[in-house]
Write a protein that binds this ligand. Structure first.
Ligand code: ZN
Length: 163
């Protein structure tokens, strides 16, 4: 059986004191007795302690083998449902939260009307003054942008000062 000594476990791995090591017992339990030296096989056959330990190793090996051969349960990936209720709730909260600023929008427009009118006046004067239409349009767009920026910055100062 153990023809080539190169294929055998070394004594340091086979023996643990006067009995077989865990490695040798596991190898015997797995049925790999071809790597166990003959004197260790003889000891396992004659020693009651090593025989019992080898039986336990064989049972453990059998359980591992059965577990490995057991069919793998089908894995299904379950997607999380879309949180529609939370999304709708967040949308409702956003609308409710922005309602005060929406209610103030007409008053802000009235308050910013001089800025808008001034911008429109400058645009018309620029168009009538003979400047190139592109320069006129750019100046008007700049004024409108400035008015929008002032209008956008206004509610914070407005609500803080209670105008
Ligand atoms: Zn023994």
């Amino acid at each position: 059986m153990n023809d080539d000594p190169k294929n055998l476990l070394p004594d340091a791995l086979v023996w643990s004191g006067e009995h077989l090591s865990e490695i040798a017992l596991t190898a015997l339990g797995d049925g790999q007795d071809k790597i166990i030296p003959q004197n260790a096989l003889d000891h396992a056959a004659s020693c009651e302690s090593c025989g019992a330990a080898m039986g336990h190793a064989a049972i453990a090996s059998m359980h591992v083998g059965n577990a490995l051969r057991a069919p793998i349960a089908e894995v299904t990936i379950e997607r999380a449902p879309v949180p529609w209720l939370a999304m709708i709730g967040a949308l409702v909260l956003a609308i409710v939260g922005s309602a005060p600023s929406l209610l103030e929008a007409p008053r802000m427009l009235v308050h910013q009307m001089p800025v808008v009118l001034h911008g429109a006046n400058a645009l018309l004067r620029g168009l009538a003054g003979g400047l190139g239409p592109a320069v006129n349009f750019a100046c008007a767009a700049l004024l409108i942008l400035a008015g929008a920026m002032v209008a956008r910055a206004m509610p914070r100062a407005w609500s803080a000062n209670k105008f």
